[in-house]
Each structure stands twice: as C-alpha cells, then as structure tokens.
Write a protein that binds this ligand. Structure first.
Ligand code: KIV
Ligand code: ZN
Length: 389
C-alpha cells in the first residue's frame, strides 16, 4: 500500500446496520456486499460474527462470495468473539479481524467496570490471540477520542507490538471538532514509538454533523491513511462518516489531499440507491453527491451558466458518480435559455422567436402557480401557444 493511497473501509453492513430500523437479512447484505465490491472499496466490514447466528452466517456468506475486497468481522477483545470472527471469515480471499475495547475513563469505569491495567492487558491478550489466526488485525480503542492520550498511546504501542497492523481511533460519540481531532491523531502518532508499523485509521460519528470534516482532518492533519465510513452515512444515532462525501472530497480536491482512492465513483449512486431501498432510509434531496438535488439547477442564472459551461456551477459531474445526467429543473426562477433548451430536448420547434417568447410567458405564469414544471406541462403550454396563434 503506497503512502499516497487512502484505504476506504466500508462499515455499512456492521456500524450502518446498528442504525435503529436498518437491520438487513443475509441475502440483502450479500447483495450490498457485491455492490461494495463493484464500488471497489478496499475493506468491507461484513458484520459482527459473534453477535448472533444470523450475523455469523452473513459474514460467512460474504467472505465466501467476495474476492476483490478484504472482508472483515468485528470482535470484542475476547477469545470467543475473535474465534467466531476467524471461523466466519475462513472462506475469504483476504480477511481481517477487527477487535476493540473501550479506553476512555468514562467507558472503562462506568461500562466495563475495569481498571486501566485490566483494559491494557485484555487488549494485549486479544491481539496476541488474533495473531495466531490472521496476519491482518485491526485494533480500535472504543471512545478513543475521549481517552487520555497518554494511556491511549500506551495501549496502542502494546497492541502494535503484538501484531495489530491497523490502528483505528474512533470518535464513537461524534464529539470531535475537525482541527482538534486531526491534531489528536497527529499527537498520538508522535507519542507511539512504533507508530509507523501500523496504518492509522479514522472512524467518526456524525452527532454534531462533522463526521466527514473530522475524518478528512484526521487524514490531512493526522496522517491517517484509512477512513471508515458508510453508504449514505448510515449508522447509529446521527450516523457515520458518509463514504460518498469522503471519496468525492478526496477525488475532487486531489490538489489539496494528494491522495488516491481505489473506489470507482460511477458505482456510488447505484450503491446509495441499493442501501436506501434495502433499509427503507430515504436519502434527503439535498444530500451531497447522492441526493436527488445534488446536481439539479433551479435558478435562471445558474441554469444559464450551466448551459453555457457546466463547471460554472458544478464541481463534479453527475455522470461520474453514477447519475444519468445533471438536471435543469424548470420553475419560476428559470430563464428563457433553459426553457428554450428544454423545448429543443422535447423536439418542439416553434415557428418564430415571438412564439418562443409567448410560450415562455405562459410558462412563467404557470410557474408562479406550480412549484415544478414537468415536460408534460411544457408540451401542453406549447399546444396552447399553437392553439392561440
Ligand atoms: O464507534 C465505534 O467506536 C465503533 C468501534 C467498534 C470501532 O464502531
Ligand atoms: Zn462506530
């Protein structure tokens, strides 16, 4: 893996599924995993094998079906979970065990009821045990961002020594701020003497709406080279970092990030649709990249600009991310140019500019009464025009 490669780790099927109401059957997960493989994500976190027999079966089926992405299972830091993960992943071409334990004072004291020493020891034992089963081990200190950096560095140094090859620092509760999260990762890497023996990863939740910004800061400021994300930002509470936004930010602003991603962007919209249809979670129209309005232009000035040169108001192409085309939405803000263009697309030829002007006037009158004008409305308008002339 080159230093300029950003690894895309998709956790739609694990953390995404933790979203209330988003649970998926084995067959649905398998279908989405195949789409994620077409999308060319580097790692698919297929589930949490020890969580239930259903999850075990789903991870197993995905491991057996997927050849071109690494398949991963989550496991708590104990032998039973890790063994179940390894068992489910047996048929994979490439597999990863992702083990975790919480390291923040709050989680250790109130949830785990364990001391720092016990957590450190359990993390070490878990990675040592996993090391007998696979070479590819990821370790996550849950609630890492709210952990004491001195203790966290001690845990991370120890698990790298035991063989963890990816260190993921979750902002489990979406509490981070971009600059602070980026600096946190950077300082942590500086504190850990063997930090260069692992790939550093970011995993951000969206409780304050900053999961994507935080992840990108973790990459840019912190030097992380793996981003954990989900399609449509699906995930518990306000969701996870959204895959389509991170990928398109890195691709569109390659001048700033200087990183490559393996993802095929033309598969983004099909993946978004599939996840939305499968879970029943509707994508908001103004969602970046995959929302229905992400490439729609409604105002006359914008429409005129886009018709003359698309990059006046488009920083990426709708077609590049899997849409059929961008959209000129005709309504009360539209100008004569956009109207004329739509007439042409509909194959309507009016006899004179005067007729176009008259039809445009009718269109404006209608648009004052109706939010969106459809092609059928325009055809009717033109018939009115012919009838009136
Ligand atoms: O948010 C989180 O802390 C997680 C870990 C299990 C990686 O999802
Ligand atoms: Zn998470």
């Amino acid at each position: 893996m080159s230093a300029s490669q950003l690894i895309i780790f998709d956790t739609t099927l694990r953390d995404g599924e933790q979203s209330p109401g988003a649970s998926m059957t084995k067959d649905e997960k398998l279908r989405i995993a195949r789409q994620l493989e077409r999308l060319k994500v580097d790692v698919i976190e297929a589930g949490f094998a020890a969580a239930s027999q259903g999850d075990f079966e789903a991870v197993k089926a995905i491991a057996e079906a997927i050849r071109d992405s690494t398949v991963c299972s989550l496991a708590r830091a104990n032998d039973r979970d890790i063994s179940r993960a390894a068992e489910a992943l047996k048929g994979a071409a490439r597999s990863r065990i992702h083990t975790f334990i919480a390291t923040s004072e709050l989680h250790m004291e109130k949830k785990l009821r364990m001391t720092r020493e016990q957590v450190l020891e359990q993390a070490i034992q878990a990675v040592r045990f996993a090391r007998n089963l696979t070479d590819d081990i990821e370790f996550s200190p849950e609630d890492g961002y709210r952990s004491d950096p001195v203790f966290l560095a001690q845990v991370v140094e120890a698990v790298i020594r035991e063989g963890a090859r990816t260190i993921n620092i979750p902002d489990t509760v979406g509490y981070a701020i971009p600059e602070l999260y980026g600096s946190f990762i950077k300082e942590l890497r500086e504190r850990v003497p063997n930090s260069d023996q692992a790939i550093w990863s970011v995993h951000c939740h969206n409780d304050l709406g900053m999961a994507v910004a935080n992840s990108l800061a973790g990459v840019k400021i912190g030097g992380a080279r793996q981003v954990e994300c989900t399609i449509n930002g699906l995930g518990e509470r306000a969701g996870n970092c959204s895959l389509e936004e991170v990928v398109m930010a890195v691709k569109t602003r390659r001048d700033y990030f200087g990183l490559d991603v393996r993802v095929d962007p033309s598969q983004i919209v099909p993946a978004s649709r599939m996840v939305s249809q499968t879970t029943g979670f509707v994508v908001q129209p103004n969602k970046a990249v995959v929302g229905a309005n992400a490439f729609a232009h409604a105002s006359g000035i914008h429409q005129d600009g886009v018709l003359k040169a698309r990059d006046t108001y488009e920083i990426m192409r709708a077609e590049d991310v899997g849409w059929a085309a961008n959209k000129i939405v005709l309504g009360k803000l539209s100008g004569r140019n956009a109207f004329k263009q739509r007439l042409q697309e509909l194959g309507v030829q009016l006899a004179s500019e005067a007729e176009v002007n008259a039809a445009f006037q009718r269109f404006k009158d209608l648009a004052d009464r109706k939010a969106e004008i459809f092609d059928e409305d325009i055809l009717a308008l033109v018939m009115d025009e012919s009838a009136g002339s």
